[in-house]
Design a protein around this ligand. Sequence first.
Ligand SMILES: [Zn+2]
Length: 243
Amino acid sequence: MLTLTVLGCDGSHQSAGGAASGYLVRSWDSGTSLWMDAGPGTFGNLQRFTDPLALSAIVLTHQHHDHFSDVEGFITAARWVYGFHRAPVPVYAAPGVLPLLSQEIDGILDWHEVGDGDGADVGDLRLTFSRSDHPPVTMATRVAGPSSVLGYSADSGPEWSFSAFGPGLDLALCEATYTVEHEGTAGHMSGRQAGSNARRAGARRLVVTHRWPTVTASAILSEATETFGGHVEQAAVGRGYSV
Ligand SMILES: [Zn+2]
């Protein structure tokens, strides 16, 4: 069984007391754990749910700060606080993230740049990356466990589809930044677009995330529910899903 725990889900910047994009994916068969995106606020929340020193890998989908900046906190804590006596943590990151870091990563992180179609094995998880529809190179991420599969859109406009991950998605974690009246104004999706994207790909469940903090959650959810044609859940910090 996989679980997905929301560490942060605010779109593009943090709300008051909130956290931007970040998720903890765990395989309970093997103890494998993945920190998927490290937006501001997510390192603090990560420590509520797991020991950061036990992480199996980190995925950073793109170079926007709201998806990677808390990896800096991890590096600092690992170097100066934890007493880091383990192998460097593998990182699978889109191009352009590494040059933005302010610290040396030697001995802490084992950096791998990934592109469209690349894959990686992390414990019993198989990761596959697909370039999404978002201005900097952005890697939507498929995570396949021993018996279930989840797909994460990362940031994306509607030109990318969950179909890129093939059939059999048990859960689609899809960005839905805003509502229908904002469609086309940025490289993001509305609730309407997120719902139809997941439905067309045959996803069994849909969780929408990356809500712009001033957009009403219920408005996004109602659009997504209508086009998905079934129950949709809105991500919230601390909420967990078994997949
Ligand atoms: Zn972005």
